[in-house]
Design a protein around this ligand. Structure first.
Ligand code: 4AD
Ligand code: MG
Length: 440
């Protein structure tokens, strides 16, 4: 006696391994096409999109009719046989044997994001639904790959993950971009701008560390590169210099881009990304000084003068000049953060470096060597009018076994925007937070 077994439940991504088998796939209706007595429902399940084929001749009338009546994004469980079909998108299709409707979206209140074009504000207002679309799905899968590659890189290079706090009593990156938080009856508390100061403490405890989490900037910038909440990975190394930072940042970027090329070709294809641009991301990256960068900008017609910080326009010009990320070091001390180590040969510049992504994407990494001398750090805190008492613990690191140390921060969203070839960072995070957007 044979017992009929329930069809195996699989995902769309697994379909290729089940050709000829009767399977069931739970998901949602992405789109429905009709051609005479055959229906072509597109099944979306989060792992991919699979074309299903439902023919009137082979299905009970009620099942065929239920499919015909399906509305976009209705939840469905499709049972059928997987077939290799070169003409189907993706190369496979599912010959429908049965279909269960879990919830049919009513015509009276249809799914708002239709295959037609929508404006960006309309889509951002419906971000909780928009993330279901093929393109957004591809971007966010690449983001996952980037995050995993970053972790794998540090975990396999002797770095210890040391998480840093989000509620912080002190500014790391300038007092003008702090989000203040009500914190019981304590003194002022802010959302962290960077885990760096704490990294410096954990680096003295563990040698090489990294922190990876959300960071916040109250920047009134409405550009394609700015979020108010973004994710940053920040490594920090004891007994290390600016040169070590450049080497690790270069290796990390090459590794991350390589992983995406290795594992996310299909997603890059959905985004129509020119992968030859990513394949060019090989070491060594060009390394230039701030002085050289200023001259290069001036030669391209920029009005920039030595001493000024680079804005979005300068970054775009510079990063368009190279086919791979470019490292720019030794910025004027006056435009950089209080903790940057001055160059002993030229104290008006600091041992800091920015990495600009190519194709006009601008800064993706900022970092360098930190001041390790107690007296100098005290002076800098005063010059920057930072409250000494909030930094006493940080000064302790210069009192008890101080050593040269260095690190950097890499912004996840800017990296993903570059790797995906997007024109704005808002699509690189599931729920973006920007100057005028805190919903949904
Ligand atoms: O250059 P930043 O401000 O450096 C720091 O915060 C250092 N404390 C990091 C360190 O040395 N540990 O920021 C680092 C990176 C930038 O290069 C950029 O990629 C990203 O963080 N970033 C932003 N990304 C999106 N929106 C914003 N508003 C960002 N501000 C910085
Ligand atoms: Mg920076």
């Amino acid at each position: 006696m044979t017992v009929a077994r329930a069809p195996r439940r699989i995902t769309v991504a697994e379909a290729a391994r089940h050709v000829g088998e009767l399977v069931c796939i739970p998901g949602w209706l992405y789109n429905l096409r009709e051609s005479g007595k055959i229906l072509f429902p597109l099944l979306r399940d989060g792992t991919g999109i699979l074309q299903c084929v439902a023919s009137k001749a082979q299905l009970p009338e009620s099942v065929f009719q239920a499919i015909k009546d399906l509305t976009q994004e209705s939840s469905i469980v499709v049972t059928g046989t997987v077939r290799a079909e070169p003409r189907a998108p993706g190369g496979y299709e599912l010959e429908v044997a049965d279909l269960e409707v879990v919830q049919r979206v009513p015509e009276s209140d249809p799914y708002p994001i239709t295959p037609k074009e929508h404006g960006i504000e309309f889509l951002l207002d419906r971000r909780h639904l928009w993330i279901r679309s093929r393109r957004q799905n591809a971007i966010l899968r690449i983001r996952h790959e980037v995050v995993k590659a970053i972790r794998d890189y540090f975990d396999s290079h002797g770095f210890t993950l040391c998480d840093t706090p989000i509620f912080t009593p002190a500014a790391c990156e300038g007092t003008t971009t702090l989000f203040e938080v009500n914190y019981f009856d304590h003194d002022k508390v802010y959302l962290t701008q960077s885990g760096q100061l704490y990294n410096e403490a954990t680096a003295m405890a563990f040698g090489k560390v990294y922190t990876f989490g959300p960071t916040f900037r109250a920047e009134r910038s409405k550009t394609r590169r700015h979020l108010t909440e973004f994710w940053m990975v920040e490594p920090e190394m004891a007994y290390a210099t600016l040169e070590d930072v450049k080497q690790v940042a270069e290796e990390l970027i090459v590794f991350v881009v390589g992983r995406v090329l290795e594992n996310r070709r299909a997603e890059l294809a959905v985004l129509e990304r020119d992968v030859s641009k990513l394949e060019a991301v090989q070491p060594p990256f060009p390394r230039i000084s701030y002085d050289e960068a200023v001259r290069l900008l001036q030669s391209k017609g920029s009005p920039i003068q030595w001493g000024e910080d680079f804005g979005g326009d300068e970054e775009t010009l510079l990063s368009e000049a190279f086919d791979r990320p470019v490292m720019i070091d030794r910025y004027p001390a006056a435009v950089k953060a209080f903790y940057m180590q001055p160059d002993p040969e030229r104290p008006e510049v600091v041992l800091g470096v920015d990495v600009l992504a190519p194709e006009g994407y601008g800064e993706i990494v900022g970092g360098g060597q930190r001041i390790h001398d107690y007296e100098l750090l005290v002076r800098r805190l005063e010059e920057h009018r930072l409250p000494r008492q909030a930094f006493e613990w940080y000064l302790d690191l210069r009192k008890y076994g101080t050593v040269p140390h260095a690190g950097f921060g890499m912004g996840v969203e800017r990296c993903v925007a570059w790797i995906c070839g997007l024109d704005h960072v808002r699509e690189t995070i599931p729920f973006p937070r920007m100057l005028y957007r805190t919903r949904p």
